[in-house]
Ligand binder design. Structure first.
Ligand code: NG6
Ligand code: CA
Length: 524
């Protein structure tokens, strides 16, 4: 069950939040809070800490994203709530950690809606503050109430939880159905060619990657060998909907165009958009003009495409005269991965590039490579420029921080894990969370037949220290090291950001104390 946020605040956390509140009111005195800026969250997919030039990448250049950092705040301790997509997005939108929610793990493309109507989201909260709201891009939070008919009215979905407008794809780029949905309908669907979807049986007469590898533009591994769409084997099977299927190469242009058209329509109302970028998740098939622009193959080229997407969104806002009063928050749902199911040269062409920067492992891992992500905030009218902030901030904090910004109070059961870190988010303070819970998401355990919800892998971070709760199997997920171990792990993440030396045996008291605090919060 949900618990009151106040119960989570003990000791110095109370002091911290009180200090943050004091700063927030100082901030409000500058008049920013009264203005209700436009808010644009650009949430990228699987982008690593060092995948941007402003975070130290040299093998790829990201001038448009770098400009946001230069004119805003770049966080060096921005945290994704989980190490995979669905749980991070659940936490971002609801302000509750995903481990509180049964089933909040990587969803198949035909899963029912995870966030029930009535559950407060950032979108519904901002709508309550007078915002017009939208989502464009990846959804991956489930649709319908079970047994969804893709040919009819698609609900429950984003419109039932606070979004006024939605243009999105249901799951991941590598999962069927590979179609766009606008509000409640599949876009471009021919009623004579209805869509059916299955994740268990091949219900389609279209060729699959398994049977017809010769039809693939890139070969795949690990089950990405279901129905072939646009030369790419997908997870799952899909029949029909041929006219509605996307072309991967057109994804960036389509999403930018839809977002831009919506920005235009918003008129003088403040808007909130959750722009959920397709880059740089697999299958990596960037637009032709980005193919080969880096030496890193499709993964690097997708970063270049992402940078173009960000630049195009910014340019559109500038043209509309809206950029200066738009709070842009840029980040990534989880850390990087090279081989995620397709043989696209990501491993072969990585060279000296280190997508996780100094951190260990990446996507799927409880190590910081899975969870520490690039994070940038930009708002010319009310934020300082060129700040590099060490504030520890988690995407789960955006809910309470944005509520603080627009002056909405949170219900007792809303956003229970979210701290109002508005001063840190806007670069007016450099301190963030006192502690942090990390979690890999439950699906790792589930896909490994450890089905209990409590089987997620947890870590607790406080000050210089991070403890990883012991957990037996598995130690890797499809070849990616995930950080599981049967004994506690304690790292000094300030001295040892790569989490290489386990100090648990040396500091048993600290280890126990931190594990106990984690357990208390998990039980709360
Ligand atoms: C995994 C997929 C991976 C990717 C991921 C979701 C396998 C073996 N791997 O289950 O390819 O789709 O789910 O990524 O099926 S995420 O960024 O949306 O969480
Ligand atoms: Ca992801």
């Amino acid at each position: 069950g949900n618990i009151s946020r106040r119960r989570l605040l003990t000791g110095s956390a109370v002091a911290l939040v009180t200090a943050a509140a004091a700063n927030a009111s100082a901030f409000a005195r500058h008049g920013a809070a009264a203005r209700k800026p436009n808010i644009l969250i650009i949430y990228t997919d699987d982008l690593g800490y060092r995948d941007l030039s402003c975070y130290g990448a040299t093998a790829v250049s990201t001038p448009n994203i770098d400009r946001l950092a230069k004119n805003g705040v770049r966080f060096t301790r921005g945290h994704a709530p989980s190490a995979t997509c669905t749980p991070s997005r659940y936490a971002l939108l609801t302000g509750d950690y995903a481990w509180r929610k049964e089933g909040a793990h990587i969803l198949p493309g035909n899963a029912p809606a995870l966030i029930p109507p009535g559950k407060p989201t950032i979108a519904s909260m901002l709508k309550g503050a007078g915002y017009t709201t939208s989502v464009v891009g990846k959804w991956h939070l489930g649709l319908g109430s079970g047994d969804l008919d893709w040919n009819g009215r698609i609900a429950r979905g984003p419109l039932e939880i606070g979004f006024d407008y939605a243009f999105y794809f249901p799951g991941t780029l590598d999962r069927v159905p590979t179609v766009f949905i606008e509000d409640h309908k599949v876009v471009g669907l021919d009623p004579d060619d209805p869509i059916r979807v299955s994740y268990t049986d091949n219900i389609s007469s279209d060729p699959t990657g398994r049977e017809h590898p010769e039809l693939l533009r890139m070969t795949s591994n690990d089950g990405h060998d279901g129905t072939i769409v646009n030369g790419v084997g997908r997870i799952g099977y899909m029949s029909g909907g041929h006219a509605a299927r996307w072309k991967d190469e057109d994804m960036a242009d389509t999403l930018v165009e839809k977002a831009g058209a919506w920005f235009e329509q918003t008129g003088s109302d403040p808007f909130f958009m959750y722009f959920s970028a397709s880059e740089i998740h697999v299958p990596r098939v960037p637009a032709k003009r980005f193919q080969g622009v880096t030496g890193m193959g499709p993964r690097g080229d997708s970063i270049a495409e992402l940078d173009w997407v960000v630049g195009a969104l910014v340019q559109k806002l500038e043209e509309l005269g809206k950029l200066d009063d738009t709070l842009i928050i840029f980040s990534s749902d989880n850390g990087p991965v090279l081989n995620d199911g397709y043989n696209d040269d990501a491993v072969q062409k990585i060279g000296e590039h280190r997508p996780s920067g100094p951190f260990r492992s990446g996507k799927y891992a409880i190590f910081d490579g899975g969870l520490m992500v690039p994070m940038i905030a930009h708002w010319p009218d009310a934020m300082p420029a060129g700040v590099v902030s060490p504030a520890r901030i988690d995407h789960v904090d955006l809910f309470a921080s944005l509520a603080g910004l627009v002056g909405q109070s949170l219900g007792r059961d809303a956003a229970v894990d979210s701290f109002d870190l508005l001063p840190a988010l806007t670069g007016h303070a450099l301190d963030g969370r006192e502690y942090l819970i990390e979690d890999t998401s439950t699906n790792i355990a589930e896909e490994s037949n450890l089905t209990r919800h409590s089987d997620s892998i947890f870590a607790f971070v406080q000050g210089d220290w991070k403890v990883i709760k012991p957990h037996g199997q598995p130690t890797s997920f499809h070849g990616n090291e995930i950080g599981n171990a049967p004994a506690p792990q304690l790292y000094n993440i300030t001295n040892d950001p790569g989490e290489t030396v386990n100090l648990a045996a040396r500091y048993p008291d600290r280890t126990d104390k931190m594990l106990n605090r984690l357990e208390a919060i998990l039980a709360g």
